[in-house]
Design a binder for this molecule. Structure first.
Ligand code: KIV
Length: 289
């Protein structure tokens, strides 16, 4: 069998490695439920990230900090039932890997053992090496995440671009090299200047997956809800909306309300019938002549 990443074979971390070597772009999107996972998988996207962004996008939290392991596992299970080809990555929630390496390994293991994931992602650089090495050492692939790391939003002082000074860019590069040395199979670079992300990507043998990090990364990830335009409230600068589904949803919901209130829905096309003979019998038996 050839090693080429074709459209049917299950994507693995090895595919990530091959695509980086060949200069082929990697694609990754988020999914948090069965139908979205199915659509993303059928579209041939390389990887599905069950991101802790689900806290904001589907659970209505203000940020990702309240998301728990149980919530993540619940959504990961649904996604794993909907996808068969894409590499499935479970995002480790806040405080599931920061306390100590033992807890980090135990929680990372749950993503694979209980929720059908193939790999995990966690945020942070030099301060996370011990946890990353322990997880990788137990046989679980780890995707790193540098730049804007939303679980540190309070430390970062908001959702701002990172690596915008020479010193910060140097620190990002050092962290990326450390993550590579620690065994990460790839690194998400979030909200990093395009030139910095491109330079870091050129210095690594593992792929970088950019989000708000320009076109010089080895792949791109977006939150699917943003890409589809499911919300009209806020769209980050780096998001390209490929659809404005919220408009279609608004139109459909208004049409439903109007048709029910005016008696148009349900009409005969959406109703069941009983044969005349049975109907007459029913009425007679009930004393209606
Ligand atoms: O949680 C998430 O969806 C993420 C992506 C934005 C990379 O971390």
């Amino acid at each position: 069998m050839s090693d080429s990443p074709d459209t049917h074979r299950k994507i693995s971390t090895h595919t990530f490695h091959l695509k980086k070597q060949r200069g082929e772009q990697l694609t990754m999107l988020t999914a948090y439920d069965y139908p979205t996972a199915r659509a993303v998988d059928l579209a041939g996207i390389d990887s599905i990230l069950v991101g802790d962004s689900l806290g904001m996008v589907v659970l209505g939290y203000e940020n990702t900090l309240p998301v728990t392991m149980e919530e993540m596992l619940h959504h990961c299970r649904a996604v794993s039932r909907g996808a068969s080809r894409a590499l499935l990555i479970g995002d480790m929630p806040f405080m599931s890997y920061q306390v100590n390496s033992q807890e980090a390994v135990r929680n990372a293991g749950r993503f694979l053992q209980e929720a059908g994931m193939d790999a995990v992602k966690l945020e942070g650089g030099r301060e996370r090496l011990e946890a990353i090495q322990a997880i990788v050492g137990s046989g679980i692939p780890v995707l790193g995440h540098l730049g804007l790391t939303p679980q540190s939003v309070h430390q970062l002082g908001g959702y701002k671009a990172q690596g915008t000074t020479a010193t910060a860019a140097r620190r990002l590069l050092e962290d990326a090299l450390l993550l590579e040395d620690s065994g990460c199979f790839g690194i998400v670079l979030e909200s990093v200047p395009a030139r910095v992300a491109e330079y870091i990507s050129s210095r690594l043998s593992i792929p970088t997956i950019g989000i708000g990090a320009g076109g010089g990364c080895d792949g791109q990830v977006l939150v699917t809800h943003d890409l589809l335009g499911l919300f009209d409230k806020f769209t980050p600068k780096f998001v390209k909306q490929y659809a404005t589904l919220h408009k279609h949803i608004d139109t459909a919901l208004a049409a439903f309300k109007k048709e029910v209130e005016t008696g148009i829905f349900p009409g005969p096309d959406h109703s069941f019938s009983i044969p005349d003979k049975e109907w007459q019998l029913f009425l007679e038996e009930d004393g209606v002549s």
